[in-house]
Design a binder for this molecule. Structure first.
Ligand code: ARG
Length: 454
């Protein structure tokens, strides 16, 4: 690394040079870096620090580099420490001395802070889009399965019949919250640090407001020291990724259980399943299992980031460079996981009969029987105890609640009559839960608005 070392007598040791370089991660930041530089040039021209011909020269060449990077024709030079130096040196090779004006009143400290903000905003846009796609896929499946009834589980034990669509909608709600969380993170991310310099701002007549506006940011830093060292937005972004990864792992685990032979509620298509190198009959949900596992790496990213930030002395520290890999890994992992889940769910088939059979086990209706007694005037706690006694009796006498004669029911309460047997219908049980947000009141939120499928 030969650049910026006029005050030194020795070149940087090659081992050290490789160690401190951020070029590998910076491949993700080329577009952001150039966007930031374009705003900076516009500001330098506006305040008269550079002439309009020079500004046009610099901007034109920066656009060319951006295009080259987009077409894979501009690779970062490992000889340089980072994307900033690489772009500046490329610019110099293209337009000569005018390139030397670009870094006026700027430091790589405010530059990299801006790059990470722009990168984060772009990733939020991409993740938001893929969250929407997965949600649309879930909504579509829910609309198809509005009448499919399955057992609802608590503690993974059969609880009460629910609609399959209602379960899918539960995941939809999680993903909508994720989307909102990412949107909210934008507010604190879209704040420009340009003009903070290395730590103190500048003695030159710059306009941080102008460069912020050129970037489309409505906020500009208030304190130059905080501006170069603030990575709160990144921690927040990676937390948002973590929360999404947690939801995706819950969705993945749920689907994996459902596709087991023991449950047999769904089937994944061949496009998202793999087989065994030893057991030819195997059809394994590996991609969905990997989504379940990926949360581990994303939680790891969040931990790395927070620990890197913890205990830093105020001002820019090179440690901040190490906040890039966790953010880049978390973002990429979430996008890939969302794509895989959308594919897996859009192609999965639903085994309606197996679910209805499981949801029709007589004990699934115990709570309905409690509500039946409540409707006939019995206080809830007493009804709960009465039905618990009937359940215990049915278990002991190895019969089912549906087969127990009404005379036996009457031994526990005279409020029971023949109509109790009408309760043993999973579809009716679901339909009866019309309380707001209940499983009998399923709403499918399509992009056009809210359609009531109750
Ligand atoms: N290479 C650093 C990074 O990517 C930016 C340079 C920071 N400034 C410095 N004085 N070394 O985060």
């Amino acid at each position: 690394m030969k650049v910026l070392r006029k005050a030194f007598n020795q070149p940087l040791d090659p081992v050290v040079s490789k160690f401190v370089s951020s070029v590998k991660d910076d491949a993700h930041l080329i577009a952001a870096d150039i966007t930031g530089s374009l705003a900076h040039v516009a500001m330098l021209e506006k305040v008269g620090l550079i002439g309009s011909t020079q500004a046009a020269n610099i901007s034109g060449a920066l656009q060319v580099i951006k295009e080259q990077a987009f077409n894979g024709q501009f690779d970062l030079d490992p000889e340089f420490e980072d994307v900033h130096m690489s772009v500046e040196k490329k610019l110099e090779a293209m337009i000569g001395d005018d390139a030397k004006l670009l870094h006026t009143a700027r430091s790589r400290n405010d530059q990299v802070a801006l790059d990470m903000r722009l990168y984060t905003l772009e990733q939020i846009g991409t993740i938001g889009w893929h969250l929407k796609i997965l949600n649309a896929v879930l909504n579509e499946k829910a609309a198809e399965t509005i009448d499919v009834v399955m057992p609802g589980y608590t503690h993974l034990q059969p609880a009460q019949p629910v609609s399959f669509a209602h379960v899918l909608n539960a995941f939809s709600e999680m993903l909508k919250r994720d989307e909102e969380r990412f949107e909210d993170c934008k507010k604190r991310t879209a704040c420009s640090p340009l003009g903070a310099g290395a730590i103190a701002g500048s003695g030159l007549p710059i306009s941080p407001e102008f460069s912020a506006a050129a970037l489309g940011f409505d906020k500009v830093f208030a304190n130059s020291i905080d501006a170069v060292s603030d990575r709160d937005f990144l921690a927040e972004f990676v937390f948002d990724c973590t929360m999404t990864a947690v939801h995706l792992s819950q969705l993945a685990e749920t689907l994996i259980i459902w596709c087991s032979k023991e449950f047999g509620f769904i089937n994944f298509s061949d496009a998202v399943t793999t087989t065994s190198s030893l057991m030819p009959q195997k059809k394994n949900p590996d991609p969905v299992e990997i989504v379940r596992a990926k949360v581990g790496t994303v939680v790891g990213d969040l931990m790395s980031l927070l620990v890197i930030l913890k205990g830093l002395p105020v001002g820019y520290n090179r440690d901040l460079q190490e906040t890039k890999p966790p953010a880049i890994n978390a973002a990429g992992t979430i996008v890939d996981s969302l794509k895989v889940m959308a594919l897996a769910i859009s192609e999965m088939t639903v085994n309606e009969e197996a679910m209805l059979k499981a949801a029709s086990q007589p004990e699934m209706f115990a709570t309905d029987i409690v509500e039946y007694l409540v409707n006939k005037g019995m206080p809830f706690r007493q009804a709960h105890e009465t039905v618990a006694e009937v359940v215990a009796y049915a278990r002991e006498s190895k019969t089912s609640l549906a087969k127990l004669p009404v005379t036996e029911y009457k031994k526990y309460s005279q409020l029971f009559s023949e109509d109790v047997f009408q309760l043993f219908d999973a579809r009716l049980s679901v339909k009866s839960k019309v309380s707001p947000g209940g499983t009998g009141n399923v709403q499918i939120k399509s992009p056009e608005g809210v359609k009531n499928h109750a």
